[in-house]
Each structure stands twice: as structure tokens, then as C-alpha cells.
Design a protein around this ligand. Structure first.
Ligand code: HEM
Length: 260
């Protein structure tokens, strides 16, 4: 039974998670484009959000890039380049560790802001909070793997993870066998990572795909805040936090709010 669950989780679940993420994100874009964004709460506790968001995004981009290259590069290529398994393991440990700490501090600031500021808490969807908690947990689990990785800096375990990921990439679910004896912390980390993939189309995580595309294709426009003066509505007429724009198209305005 244990073996069956292992093959289900590490042989087949990855295909389910990636398929749901890709097809779900395309369908969401196709059917419900205007919900495709990360809900903004930037006007509340702006400083904490900027610091948290910058640290989180810097760390996470390095981590995801590192995971992608580190896990999916064929071992033959690493050997061909003459990089020893030990050097690669130490590089992953140091670079991943630093990026992980930076991302963890950022995620903690964002989570604290969302949970403990009553106004932000009220304006947050439950799923926004759940996703942030899961990401926080995922980084914490990832960082705690370093304790076990330090027990085998020769890169032995890392080669097993690479063989597993490469096997899946070449459509061999049986490659789950490579990580059958690995420590439970790694396994929990991988399953939660896959679950985050699976949840992407249903949550704000979907902006992972839209943000870079919209940033690159954004039209040139300038947003100018209207000076209050003759003819401007009195401040009391606008709800607190309402942005005031003049110039720019409606779509440009909508996009500005989306990327915050
Ligand atoms: C399905 C997706 C994922 C898989 C298969 C995966 C796998 C792994 C593995 C095998 C390690 C240990 C590396 C080693 O020491 O040799 C690791 C470490 C780590 N992971 Fe992930 N991970 C995934 C997603 C994520 C995500 C989404 C995050 C962040 C939110 C993350 C954050 C970390 C951190 C901080 C470490 C420790 C530093 C490092 O060694 O890079 N992982 N991950």
C-alpha cells in the first residue's frame, strides 16, 4: 500500500498537477480574463507590502530558476561540463539557502500584514490567505531540507532527485523509484510544491504567467493624478483610497490596478 501511494504521488501526481496548471490557466485566460490578476491591497500598509513583496519576489525567482535548472538539467550534461556532483550540491545549498531565507522573510512580512491588519484581512479572499500560508510553509519545508542535505553534501541525494525529475520529463512515471527512500521532509516539500502548481489556475498565483507577459507587452502611457482645484470634486465625494486618473485608456487604467 505504501509503495502504491508513493508511485501515485511521485509518478502520477506530477502529471496531474502540471496538466491542471497549464490547461486550467489557459482556460481561465480564455473565459475569464479580467479575473486574471493578483488582487491589490497596496494602498494599505504600503511600506510593509513593498519590502515584503520585493524580498519575496527576488527570492522566489532565484529559487524557481534554480529548481528548474537544477532538477531538469540531465545529469549527463553536468558530467560533460566537468561539474562535480559535490560542487553542484554545495552551489544549490548556498544559492538556494540564501534565496530561500530572503523569500522566507518576504513571505513572512506579507503574511503578517494580511493576517494581522484587520482592514487587509477583511479585504482578502480566503483563498488569498490560504495560498500565502501554503507558500510560506513550502519555503519553510524547503529550508528545513537543508539540514538533511548537509548530511550528504557529496550530491548523492541530489542526483536521485535529478534522475526522478528527468525521468518524469521523458514520460517515465516509474522514475518515482529513485526517491523511494528519501527523507519524508523532501517528500512533503515535493507534494506541497506540486499542489501549488495544481492550485495555480484557481488562485492569484495565476499572475505568475500574466505578469511577465503584460509587463513586456504593456502600452506606453502615463497616469497623472488630477490636481484638486476648481472643478475637482471635493475629497469627501470620493471613497478613501479611490485612485484619481486623468488621461490613459480604460484598459491602461485597469492594467495599472492589476499589476499592483
Ligand atoms: C514541485 C515543485 C518542487 C520540487 C520538486 C522541489 C524540490 C526540492 C528539492 C529536491 C530540494 C532539495 C535540494 C537539495 O538540497 O538537493 C528543494 C529545496 C528547496 N526548495 Fe523546493 N521544490 C519544489 C518547489 C518549491 C517551491 C515552490 C519553493 C518556494 C516556494 C521551494 C523552495 C525551496 C527551498 C527554499 C529549498 C532549500 C534551498 C535549496 O536547496 O534550494 N521549492 N526543493
Amino acid at each position: 500500500m505504501r509503495e502504491f501511494v508513493h508511485y501515485l504521488l511521485f509518478g502520477w501526481y506530477p502529471y496531474l498537477a502540471v496538466t491542471v496548471m497549464v490547461i486550467g490557466s489557459i482556460l481561465r485566460f480564455d473565459t475569464n480574463q479580467y479575473s486574471w490578476r493578483s488582487q491589490s491591497s497596496q494602498f494599505l500598509r504600503r511600506k510593509q507590502m513593498m519590502l515584503g513583496s520585493n524580498l519575496f519576489h527576488m527570492g522566489i525567482l532565484v529559487l524557481l530558476g534554480g529548481h528548474f535548472v537544477g532538477l531538469l538539467t540531465p545529469i549527463g550534461v553536468v558530467d560533460y561540463l566537468g561539474i562535480s556532483h559535490q560542487s553542484k550540491q554545495i552551489l544549490a545549498l548556498v544559492a538556494g539557502g540564501i534565496a530561500g531565507i530572503v523569500a522566507f522573510i518576504g513571505a513572512s512580512l506579507l503574511l503578517h500584514r494580511r493576517l494581522f491588519d484587520p482592514r487587509i484581512r477583511r479585504s482578502s479572499a480566503t483563498l488569498d490567505i490560504v495560498v500565502l500560508v501554503l507558500i510560506w510553509l513550502q519555503i519553510a519545508l524547503g529550508l528545513s531540507t537543508t539540514y538533511w542535505t548537509l548530511q550528504h553534501v557529496d550530491g548523492r541525494e541530489m542526483v536521485n532527485f535529478m534522475a526522478w525529475a528527468n525521468g518524469l520529463l521523458t514520460l517515465q512515471p516509474g522514475s518515482a523509484a529513485y526517491i523511494v527512500n528519501t527523507h519524508i521532509v523532501y517528500k512533503l516539500h515535493i507534494v506541497l510544491g506540486l499542489t501549488l502548481f495544481l492550485l495555480t489556475p484557481f488562485t492569484r498565483l495565476v499572475h505568475v504567467f500574466s505578469a511577465p507577459i503584460w509587463y513586456l507587452l504593456r502600452p506606453g502611457y502615463q497616469i497623472v493624478r488630477t490636481r484638486r482645484g476648481k472643478g475637482a470634486p471635493p475629497r469627501a465625494a470620493l471613497p478613501v483610497g479611490t485612485p484619481v486618473y486623468s488621461g490613459g485608456s480604460a484598459s491602461a487604467r485597469a492594467m495599472t490596478e492589476e499589476v499592483q
